[in-house]
Design a protein around this ligand. Structure first.
Ligand code: URA
Length: 238
């Protein structure tokens, strides 16, 4: 394992023990990418992709003014998305929490700090990716998004996906993965393989939500293999 990988594994809290010239890793982690499993294709509404600052601003303004579901009544503000508009990697989470609702930016709380470290671990600082959520408004009390709320919000996300036109999508957490893939399979069955999303067939990898990883640190090892899979996809020439 490279020193760099070791440094970042330590940063996200995966202990690496070195003894007598070999490396044993906590929780039997493999630092190499897992073998991509079968590729599955997932349909999504085709979206025109005319990437101009005006198209972004129009979309952001629509989101800011959105009253399509009841969440607009309890939000402090909408949480549109953040990052490079031409990012190679699009990270899609679930919904804003209290910190995000207050600051207007996705993944700024404790889970966000861990997400940043996970991304750095594969050489992608937060500033290099685009980060968005299924929902643009916080569900009160951090309850799960309701299908009707996700349905209203999905056209906004689809337009973001079309505008960014990423080379890979990372779905973080069960809610994001199940919604994007339109399945109720448990996340343990969705992670560790590559799906193809939408008309463009964008590779999509699922991993655990950083908030879950904060509660279940042993699973960080598994998440690391998912991140390696993303890195490998991005390194492949298109
Ligand atoms: N969890 C998410 O899924 N998204 C955020 O923006 C914050 C926490």
């Amino acid at each position: 394992m490279s020193e760099r990988a070791e440094r970042y594994l330590a940063e996200i809290g995966i202990a690496v023990y070195k003894r007598r010239g070999f490396v044993a890793e906590a929780a039997s982690v493999r630092a190499e990418p897992a073998e991509p499993g079968p590729i599955e294709r997932v349909a999504a509404e085709p979206q025109p992709s005319v990437t101009t600052p005006e198209a972004w601003e129009r979309l952001a303004a629509e989101v800011r003014a959105c009253t399509l579901c009841g969440l607009h009544k309890t939000r402090t503000q909408t949480v549109f998305g953040v990052g490079r508009r031409d990012a190679e990697l699009l990270v899609i989470g679930e919904a804003p929490g209290a910190d995000e609702d207050r600051q207007g930016e996705p993944f700024v709380g404790r889970a966000g700090q861990l997400l940043n470290a996970m991304l750095r671990a594969i050489g992608l600082p937060r500033s290099e990716v685009y980060i968005a959520n299924i929902l643009k408004c916080r569900p009160p009390g951090n309850r799960d998004p309701q299908p009707e709320e996700a349905s209203h919000c999905t056209p906004y996300l689809s337009r973001q996906i079309a505008l960014v036109n990423p080379r890979a999508i990372l779905a973080v957490g069960r809610i994001s993965a199940q919604w994007l893939l339109q399945t109720d399979s448990p996340i343990g069955r969705l992670r560790g393989r590559v799906f193809r999303y939408g008309e463009s067939g964008t590779p999509l990898v699922v991993t655990y939500h950083p908030a879950y990883l904060l509660r279940s640190p042993l699973q960080k090892a598994t998440a690391w293999t998912d991140l390696c899979m993303v890195k490998e996809l991005l390194q492949k020439r298109a």
